[in-house]
Design a protein around this ligand. Structure first.
Ligand code: AMO
Length: 427
């Protein structure tokens, strides 16, 4: 009978048994009559030793880094070995070789990001790089659980659509059987239309496309957006509470789920039970720039000021000017130059944006016109506002931005499997 196949992390619990492992050689050292190998698999690494005289000694000596191998031998507790266990190899099979040198030495830190992204699937052999994928998965899972626990229905909206959901700019056009269509910038119109159905609460974790020319560390042309929408809201502050709680749950899940979070990524973000909520005007005064627009630089300044003043890494900024917000945003009842809107700034970067929506048909048509958009292009959306649309609101949280900020990464491209930006279409 063939010995049981185990994972590297399980070796200690099989001490004394003959076992089989499959994985990659991450290190080879030949010390006199012994070859020490480090064997890596999805669970971690274990030391493998091949002694002179063993039938696999010669094979072991010829192995190179990143060879794919199968090792059979006895698991043995050994004080001097990392993890206090090693596999004494009796048989080593080379499953596949790896050319030398690798185009990316993924074990090093400090590789240029572009090279890392060119060789993303070698880069992802590095546990720190992989941690970002784990963080994405943990954050998405926690957010999904949170919204479900609050009675939100998960929906899946189309990504090929007939009109620019966020208004004119930054759309990727495509030809759809001879007709003009676009890749969805957001599920905005559809999540709002779901409010007409009576479901009252929906969310989606889906892809969003933006043809933005930005090449900086915060923008992608394709990102994942966590969207939610709910009916019968009183105002935008009520809406924001769901985003804050989703962000908190995501951060907690990442810290819990990413192995060695603190050693690798440092202190987790501080998100108090009731984080500060400041109007744009108040936020601008706090950073000593009265009347500012909350540019990216001003968001950074605000992040620092709020951390100092409130001991919080998260701040909700409200009441953005009408001129800066999309047509569907409800204007402020007391001052129509402002809106019932908010952004969430985590560690000095906008990670979410939302509002109470305009649900009154005539006002909405008027707002489209004010933004220079043609209401006839939005007929399928607008018409539903005539037949019993409740007051509602919602927000979109950028998943990659969220993970970037939770991990403290410098560039959003590190927080995505295969980034799409104006230059990059491969891998
Ligand atoms: P907005 O356009 O602000 O709002 O987007 C919501 C959130 O999505 C993220 N995001 C991006 N992430 C990476 N690259 C980009 N190019 C990019 N653009 C946006 C950000 C941002 O806060 N429909 C509204 C949301 C709503 O009101 O419900 C919307 O899309 O984290």
């Amino acid at each position: 009978m063939r010995p049981r196949r185990i994972l590297a992390s399980e070796a200690a619990s099989y001490a004394g048994d003959r076992v089989r492992l499959k994985g990659w050689v991450s290190r080879v050292r030949v010390l006199g009559g012994i070859v020490f190998l480090e064997l890596r698999d999805r669970s971690g690494s274990v030391q493998v030793v091949a002694r002179k005289g063993s039938p696999c000694f010669n094979t072991a000596k010829k192995l190179g880094r990143d060879y794919v191998v199968a090792v059979e031998g006895e698991a043995r507790l050994e004080e001097r070995a990392p993890g206090r266990v090693e596999i004494v190899a009796a048989h080593i099979e080379v499953i596949n070789e790896a050319e030398k040198p690798l185009p990316l030495d993924y074990t090093r830190s400090g590789n240029p990001l572009n090279l890392r992204l060119d060789w993303r699937f070698l880069d992802l052999r590095n546990p720190r790089s992989q941690a970002a994928l784990k963080a994405l998965a943990e954050a998405a899972h926690a957010v999904r659980q949170y919204f479900r626990s609050q009675g939100f229905l998960e929906i899946f909206t189309p990504k090929i659509i007939g009109q620019a959901s966020e208004g004119g700019a930054d759309v990727f056009p495509l030809v759809y059987f001879g007709r003009e269509a676009f890749l969805a910038q957001s599920p905005q119109l559809y999540k709002q239309l779901m409010m007409a159905t009576g479901v009252e609460r929906v969310f989606e974790i889906g892809v969003a496309f933006r043809a933005e020319e930005h090449r900086g560390p915060r923008h992608l042309c394709e990102f994942r957006s966590i969207d939610y929408e709910l009916s019968f809201v009183e105002d935008h502050v009520e809406v924001a509470k769901y985003a804050v709680e989703a962000v908190r749950r995501a951060a907690e899940a990442v810290v819990r789920g990413v192995e060695g979070y603190n050693e690798v990524f440092g202190e987790p973000p501080r998100i108090p039970g009731s984080p500060p909520i400041l109007s744009v005007d108040e936020a601008c005064r706090l950073i000593g720039r009265p009347g500012c627009k909350m540019s990216a630089e001003e968001e950074e300044l605000l992040g620092k000021a709020v951390a100092k003043e409130y001991g919080s890494d998260l701040v909700v900024v409200t009441e953005y000017p009408w001129s800066d917000r999309p047509f569907y945003t409800m204007k402020h009842p007391e001052d129509p130059s402002k809106t019932r809107s908010f952004d969430i700034i985590l560690r000095g970067l906008e990670i979410a944006s939302g509002s109470q929506r305009e649900h009154r048909y005539e006002v909405l048509v008027q707002q489209l016109r004010e933004k220079g958009l043609d209401p006839s292009g939005f007929k399928f959306y607008l018409d539903h506002f005539k037949y019993g649309m409740p007051p509602h609101g919602g927000a979109g949280i950028g998943l990659e931005r969220l993970v970037k900020q939770i991990l403290g990464l410098r560039n959003i491209r590190e927080a995505v499997l295969a980034p799409r930006d104006p230059e990059r279409l491969a891998p």
